[in-house]
Ligand binder design. Structure first.
Ligand code: SAH
Ligand code: SF4
Ligand code: F3S
Length: 485
């Protein structure tokens, strides 16, 4: 059995996996104009494509999964590493062939790369008609109008207010069970390696009542899990005073709502609605958040807490504003409050400017201490305009960056194997997300700690909660049998 389904294993994230592409779904042949969207990068981008689809739906577009059918093609792009941008450039070359066959097809570039390159994109890539940054999607109908009248169109204005709070996303690639909700946009952290503050603008938090409403609507439609998204969810902050309108409407609301308060509000939508969140920043995650997680069974016991490096000098150069000791203290607190079994994952960068062999060893030793369930691991890629590009030399040769990367990937695989092995013999509540790819007779779902579990289906189906006893494991997956209550 194990051999049959082993390729379903979700292995630790490497360069390739993080740069997943998502393609819009086929909404059926409605005779309407067709929109094809490919999305690159992080969950925020995937979530933004759902907002874009909603805006386009108002304009009479339905989504298609085929480039060949599209009247409008959008690439929602990522700038996080050089490779992510290269992937988009290669894809544009491919799309060029389709555009030659059908010159009337409109090609738009959205997202972070659009924001970074602005109108330069139009000069560099002649097939592009439209360049739209992450805060300008409401302007898409006007911009498409400009393109229709024969001009190229650009809007890369970054806003201090836009959160798209009132737009109900069209759920693309949905399994009908789990969904993402954006709770904030932008980032004010200025980690020295990172392009996000430049491509996404200033940090702003969305109206909490619109978030709770979106969660409630999803639950009413049968969804059982929401993931609250932001670059740094722990700095979520919304104040009634700054949002006068809401204050007038809801006179009894708390003055300031922080992330712990928001988590609780969403958890209270229904005990059968699971709540996850990503990403937590080690400098901001509070004990209050951990206690809120503990108080609600439906807040999943899993935290993505990217460390980036295990060495304090490198962390300082990265401008992460915490050091190794601070990070270890946070991990200890998580285990103290939520227990040893709380799921933990990380992001790591190898070969940052001037990183020595000893400093790289500190990352390995930190990984051994924490024993992450999963990590997304990258070698450092210098990004134009960032603090690190201006201040430091990108001086670690590529072969050394890659060798260090391989070492952390290998260690992470060992840790994942070990933490999964520790789950054998235990029972978990699993939310079923769908049928196993390899066998119609098996289902897969996740534990509260975010581990994937595969088991024989019995008479269950997706969207249900079941209890599964784990009897086998690999690096990426748990296998179990149903415990019928
Ligand atoms: N907001 C999240 C990270 C978002 S970007 C946080 O602060 O943790 C996702 C990950 O990409 C980062 O955690 C980092 O590990 C990686 N990354 C960002 N910039 C990078 C760069 N220039 N080179 C290599 N990896 C990078
Ligand atoms: Fe980038 Fe740092 Fe903001 Fe994360 S917290 S998005 S790594 S600047
Ligand atoms: Fe990429 Fe932008 Fe996300 S740079 S990782 S798509 S915020």
């Amino acid at each position: 059995m194990k051999g049959l389904i082993s390729d379903l294993d979700i292995l630790n994230g490497t360069e390739q996996e993080q740069e997943e592409v998502r393609v819009s779904i086929e909404e059926g042949n409605t005779g309407k104009k067709k929109l094809y969207i490919e999305s690159y990068g992080c969950q925020m981008n995937f979530s933004d494509s759902e907002i874009v689809s909603s805006i386009m739906k108002e304009q009479g577009y339905t989504t298609t999964s085929s480039l060949e059918d599209a009247d409008v093609t959008f690439l929602n792009t990522c700038s996080i590493r050089e490779k992510a941008e290269q992937t988009v450039r290669n894809r544009l070359n491919h799309i060029n062939a389709a555009k030659k066959r059908r010159p009337e097809m409109v090609i738009g570039v959205l997202g972070c790369m659009a924001e970074r390159l602005k109108s330069k994109f139009l000069e560099e890539e002649k097939i592009v008609d439209l360049v739209v940054g992450p805060d300008a999607y409401r302007d898409l109908p006007n911009l498409l109008g400009e393109v229709e009248s024969g001009q190229k169109a650009v809007n890369t204005f970054l806003s201090r207010e836009e959160t798209y709070a009132d737009i109900s996303p069209v759920r693309l690639n949905s399994n009908g069970v789990t969904a993402f909700i954006s709770i904030m946009r932008g980032c004010d952290n200025m980690c020295s390696f990172c392009v996000v503050p430049f491509t996404r603008g200033r940090e702003r938090s969305r109206d909490p009542f619109s978030i709770v409403k979106e969660a409630q609507d999803l639950f009413d439609k049968g969804f059982k899990e929401v993931t609250l998204l932001g670059q740094n969810v722990d700095s979520y902050k919304w104040s009634a005073e700054q949002n006068n309108k809401a204050k007038l409407e809801k006179s009894d609301i708390q003055e300031v709502i922080n992330f712990a308060n928001l988590l609780e509000m969403v958890a209270k939508v229904d005990p059968k609605l699971r709540v996850r969140f990503s990403t937590s920043h080690p400098k901001d995650i509070t004990d209050e958040v951990l206690h809120t997680m503990k108080a609600h069974d439906n807040i999943c016991k899993y935290i993505h807490l990217p460390v980036q490096s295990g060495n304090s000098r490198i962390l300082d150069m990265m401008n992460r504003t915490y050091d190794r000791a601070w990070y270890i203290n946070r991990v200890d607190k998580i285990k103290e409050i939520l227990g040893e079994d709380c799921g933990l994952s990380s992001d790591m960068i190898t070969g940052f400017c001037s990183e020595t062999e000893e400093e790289h060893q500190d990352t390995l030793s930190l990984m051994r201490y924490v024993k992450y369930d999963l990590s997304y691991m990258f070698f450092y890629s210098e990004r134009p305009g960032t603090l690190a590009e201006k201040k430091y030399e990108d001086d670690i040769p590529l072969d050394i960056k890659k060798r260090r990367l391989n070492e952390i990937i290998e260690l992470q695989n060992e840790c994942s194997r070990e933490t999964n092995r520790r789950d054998v013999g235990k029972e978990f509540e699993v939310l079923i997300e769908g049928t196993s790819k390899k066998s119609e007779e098996q289902l897969f779902g996740r534990t509260t700690t975010n581990k994937v579990v595969i088991f024989d289906k019995g008479n269950h189906k997706k969207g249900e909660y079941v209890t599964v006893k784990i009897n086998d494991s690999t690096t990426g997956t748990l296998f179990g049998t149903l415990i019928e209550n």
